[in-house]
Unconditional design. Structure first.
Length: 225
């Protein structure tokens, strides 16, 4: 989770262990995702989840490139100051339901500086669409997902990275965020459902412990609430 969205967040970096090895692994993962059964209409919807500061945005960008420019939905754009985790309805109505119907989607983007929604982001109904952000693999979204990817970095290390990235002026926000994130994952963990895990320090990719049938066999039902 980039604490204040693309309008005010500094650059994000996630170190990798050998660019050649990572490129091979990314290419293999991209091929694997393309081969999954569609999960949301014609789309294979893939969540990139993990603690704030774990490298989700950076990894999603690299995976998108490996997929030939797959669309990426950033949950920072759907969350707000007052609704850090109460974005499920917006995601469903603006993104999931249109994609499930085979239509291109578009969602309103929250501006963390202006503290209001401003502008829109387009989401074509591509073969693979990525959703990145804390809670992207939550139980309310999993029925629409072909795969959950988890960034493997513990909460403390991820928070330290995020605080270093965002600077002392955002320390108060991070304190409040940490409490909200902890409560969210205590009630609604994503990691147990991740069939793919990515080391948040090295960037290396490994299988998770979940079988394909527990996530990718689920299909989208636009009437589901």
């Amino acid at each position: 989770m980039a604490a204040f969205g693309p309008s005010s967040s500094p650059s994000r970096h996630s170190p990798v262990d050998g660019p050649s090895a990572l490129a091979v692994e990314l290419s293999a993962l991209a091929a694997e995702l393309r081969a999954l059964p569609p999960s949301c209409g014609p789309v294979r919807l893939v969540a990139v989840d993990g603690h704030a500061g774990s490298g989700k945005t950076t990894f999603a960008g690299r995976l998108s490139a490996a997929l030939g420019g797959a669309p990426v939905v950033h949950l920072d754009d759907l969350a707000t100051h007052g609704e850090l985790f109460e974005w499920t309805g917006r995601l469903r109505e603006q993104v999931l339901e249109p994609l499930a119907a085979g239509r291109d989607a578009a969602y309103r983007v929250y501006d963390w500086t202006l503290r209001r929604f401003a502008g829109t982001a387009a989401v074509p109904a591509a073969p693979v669409v990525l959703v990145e952000g804390v809670g992207s693999g939550r139980r309310a979204v999993r029925p629409w997902l072909a795969r959950v990817i988890w960034m493997e970095l513990d909460a403390g290390a991820a928070r330290r990275r995020g605080e270093e990235r965002d600077g002392p002026e955002l320390a108060e926000f991070w304190a409040g965020w940490a409490r909200a994130e902890s409560a969210h994952f205590a009630d609604d963990p994503s990691r147990p459902y991740a069939a793919t895990r990515v080391d948040g320090v090295t960037g290396r990719i490994a299988p998770g412990t979940v079988g394909e049938t527990s996530t990718s066999a689920l299909t989208c039902d636009i009437a589901r609430t």
